[in-house]
Design a protein around this ligand. Structure first.
Ligand code: SAM
Length: 446
């Protein structure tokens, strides 16, 4: 059997794509290895969202050069967003690369790898291709939680972002294909799915007949044995009252919403071309909390976007405090070639970005800790998904609002169970709890 070493950078969609690649190559008698030195094929699934992500890939390719020198038969491939965007640069900076292909070509990975092995000269495949639902099973298919990509692409054209160029136009998988995938995951033991798309709440607009994420929730909710549905990433611009109602009414949809804000300043939101104002965003949060008071929010923030002043930054700080997020991902603005923001004249110096990044993280820590404290004393539904990292004698799981809870299972419950746990202590990054009643497998608490 040939050996495949797969390295994944970036978002959940990349993780999902890597699993499909592993599944497709397994069908061609490749087995996964953790050891790059033992591999016949090494694939890097890349991310182009920030410069740092790209630099990590080039530095890894530098390391791999030595392996290639020792074993010229080794095939090194670069796939995913960076492959799509930086094809020439990849071959120029890393001539040891044999194969470059974008996400539309993933379904043909087997054929591409064989070509690269056979021909001994660079193989390049970065064109458009029809969207296909890959049905190969990843090697470790029996998982409790799984990602399911429901759509590709993005048409929002935020001025900072490369995604519309790396992943193309919005294209949705038909609901039946998504449901079939969820059913097959559940048959293998999966209890929670996360429906993925770059703008997942734009799902279905391109299909005939058109549909939407709320309707998809209903269909996925009907899959017997599935306990939880999550979804990411949403754009506030496409957030409809229908979707808000579905989040309240569809029982398996969890009370957790990742809703990227990016900035709390209207001036910056407009320059980012986000399509909403802070007041509109706050209205959405209020409507969601009205529909579901237990809703937890997480978000993405970019600090140091071109033209961001101290007052704009303060407006972001104020929004974080006002919304009361459960989790915030803070990014320093990264100038991406070919995007409108990269050409804006008033770029913010790196030291200022670093300073705002540090200050914002302190605010985030304070806000998320105070949200955690609100959970102390409450009894919450937990899907047990492993053992505690700090004390392996204890079990660990996630609440529907996506908090990690560690607790003593008292030998009565195990991984895969859904139990009720009373939160006894709110720590900075997790909760501690005590087992209440071990439940039969309940599907929802709504
Ligand atoms: N579709 C999502 C949205 O609503 O914008 C974004 C998905 S993107 C893969 C994840 C996050 O990366 C974004 O929300 C944004 O905060 C961050 N990001 C994207 N481009 C960036 C850039 N040029 N510099 C810094 N952060 C960036």
């Amino acid at each position: 059997m040939a050996k495949l070493h797969l390295i994944t950078y970036g978002c959940q969609m990349n993780e999902y794509d890597s699993e499909r690649v592993a599944g497709l190559l397994q069908e061609r008698d490749y087995e996964l290895t953790d050891d790059a030195a033992a591999a016949d094929v090494i694939l890097l699934n890349t991310c182009a969202i920030r410069e740092k992500a790209e630099e990590k890939v080039f530095s890894k390719l530098g390391e791999l050069k030595r392996l290639k020198a020792d074993r010229p038969g080794l095939v090194i491939g670069v796939m995913g967003c960076m492959a799509q965007l930086q094809t020439k640069t990849v071959f120029r900076r890393a001539p040891q690369v044999d194969l470059v292909f974008g996400s539309p070509a993933i379904a043909r990975v087997g054929e591409l790898v064989e070509r690269a092995r056979r021909e001994g000269r660079p193989v390049l495949e970065t064109g458009e291709a029809p969207l296909v639902k890959i049905t190969s099973k990843p090697p470790d298919a029996n998982r409790l939680k799984a990602f399911v990509t429901v759509m590709e692409g993005c048409e929002k054209h935020c001025t900072f972002c490369v995604v519309p160029r790396t992943r193309g136009r919005e294209r949705s998988h038909p609901p039946a294909a998504v449901v079939a995938e969820v059913e097959s995951l559940v048959a293998e033991g999966c209890r929670e799915v996360t429906l993925l798309g770059q703008t997942v709440n734009a799902y279905g607009r391109d299909l005939t007949p058109a549909t939407d994420l709320a309707e998809l929730f209903e269909r996925v909710n009907d899959v017997d044995g599935l306990a939880r549905i999550r979804f990411t990433t949403s754009n506030p611009y496409n957030l409809t009252p229908k979707l808000i109602r579905a989040m309240r009414d569809v029982s398996k949809v969890c009370e957790w919403f990742h809703l990227p804000l990016q900035s709390g300043s209207d001036r910056i939101l407009e320059r980012m071309n986000r399509g909403y104002t802070r007041a509109q965003y706050l209205d959405l949060v209020a409507a969601l909390r009205d529909a579901e008071p237990a809703m937890a929010f997480s978000t993405d923030i970019i600090v140091g976007f071109p033209g961001e002043t101290e007052a704009d930054f303060e407006a972001t700080v104020e929004m974080i405090e006002r919304v009361g997020y459960d989790n915030v991902f803070v990014f320093r603005y990264s100038r991406r070639p070919g995007t409108p923001a990269a050409e804006m004249p008033d770029q913010v110096p790196e030291v200022v970005k670093a300073d705002r990044n540090g200050r914002l993280l302190q605010v985030v820590q304070r806000v998320t800790a105070s949200r955690s404290r609100l959970l102390a004393g409450r009894t919450m539904e937990v899907l047990v998904d492993g053992t505690s990292r700090k004390s392996p004698g204890e079990l660990s799981g996630r609440t529907r609002c996506n908090r990690v809870v560690n607790f003593d299972g008292q030998g009565r419950v195990g991984i895969g169970d859904i139990v009720h746990v009373r939160v006894t202590e709110a720590l900075p990054h997790s909760l501690r709890g005590a087992l209440e009643t071990p439940e039969e497998a309940v599907c929802s608490s709504k």
